[in-house]
Design a protein around this ligand. Structure first.
Ligand SMILES: Cc1cc2nc3c(=O)[nH]c(=O)nc-3n(C[C@H](O)[C@H](O)[C@H](O)COP(=O)(O)OP(=O)(O)OC[C@H]3O[C@@H](n4cnc5c(N)ncnc54)[C@H](O)[C@@H]3O)c2cc1C
Ligand code: FES
Length: 280
């Protein structure tokens, strides 16, 4: 595989310092830093963030600014994310990227469905599209009120006519009781949307995929797979004929149909073996 000059530059690791840390929930923090290349990222793209002496991990880009600021939101789930959570303003990190494709920017009637840290790329996308969309409905889900992410930011972004926010929690502590897909079918029965954008737990996205098939709506879903190189070389992120880091992370319904025997079903582990999703 030949890499272009742009890919060679974006794949070179740059060290930078954390400029801001914000608590989003008991387990999620947003980190802001400066990186000229990642500040040009489009919604849906990701970066590889290196925590010195620990590991390098893939993270969706949450936001960018023209002055080179970039933010990511990170859930503490294991060694690398915990080490990152322990970092303070001024802490050194490394960055490669941006990598992967992005969501298609459309101006019609849009529906976004996100769960957990899957909201990260969708919030970036909503900020870009909210003012142009003919209609924008944002459906957000979490286990409980504590874990609902970016609610203030979402309310600000969607504070306009023709935009609305629907929240669901599994324990019923906020919004509609149930999972994010619970109000979806009745919404699709009432209204015609041009596209659904989704990112979150893969089982949720699989349900949404089935509904888009039933109602004949375009779909773009952002997938997660184990990532190491992020440039299509190592094969750890393979799903069917695709490499998620290079051909994705955003896939259309047509592409998901081609990998139906893995989408929502299995993932590869660090040894390249296929494992049921629940075990990864
Ligand atoms: C394209 C993409 C975008 C992502 N965006 C976000 C985001 O915006 N916010 C966020 O909190 N998390 C995001 N993740 C998940 C994040 O990369 C993992 O939570 C992180 O790598 C866990 O590392 P750990 O050492 O803390 O945990 P570990 O204990 O090493 O792993 C915990 C779990 O995280 C996953 N994981 C571990 N290493 C990797 C890896 N190299 N690549 C992919 N998954 C891994 C595995 O499912 C594993 O079971 C994203 C993953 C991908 C692939
Ligand atoms: S992470 Fe290496 S091929 Fe995708």
């Amino acid at each position: 595989m030949r890499l272009s000059a742009y890919h060679i530059a974006s794949n070179r690791i740059r060290t930078t310092r954390i400029l801001n840390v914000k608590d989003e929930s008991p387990t999620v923090k947003t980190f802001t830093f400066r990186d000229r290349l990642c500040a040009k990222a489009k919604p849906g793209q990701f970066l590889m963030l290196w925590i010195p002496s620990v590991d390098e991990i893939p993270l969706s880009i949450l936001g960018t600014e023209e002055n080179g600021m970039v933010s990511v939101a990170v859930k503490k789930v294991g060694e690398a994310t915990e080490a990152l959570h322990n970092k303070k303003v001024g802490g050194v990190i490394g960055v490669r990227g941006p990598f992967g494709n992005s969501f298609t920017l459309k101006a019609g009637k849009l529906l976004m469905v996100g769960g957990g840290t899957g909201l990260v790329p969708l919030l970036f996308l909503a900020r870009k599209l909210a003012s142009e969309a003919a209609k924008l409905v944002f459906l957000v889900g979490a286990k409980s009120r504590d874990e609902l992410l970016f609610m203030d930011e979402l309310k600000r972004t969607l504070a306009r006519e023709k935009a609305s926010l629907i929240a669901t929690t599994e324990d019923g502590s906020y919004g509609i009781k149930g999972v994010a897909t619970a109000p979806l079918e009745s919404l699709l029965e009432k209204e015609k949307f041009d596209i659904i954008y989704t990112c979150g737990p893969e089982k949720m996205m699989q349900k949404i995929f089935d509904l888009t098939e039933k109602y004949g709506i375009a779909l773009e879903a952002s997938l997660e797979r184990l990532m190491r190189c992020a440039i299509g070389l190592c094969g750890s992120c393979i799903i069917g004929k695709y490499r998620v880091c290079r051909d994705g992370p955003v896939f259309t319904a047509e592409q998901l149909k081609e990998v139906k025997n893995e989408f929502g079903i299995s993932k590869r582990d660090f040894n390249g073996r296929k494992k049921p999703l629940e075990q990864t």
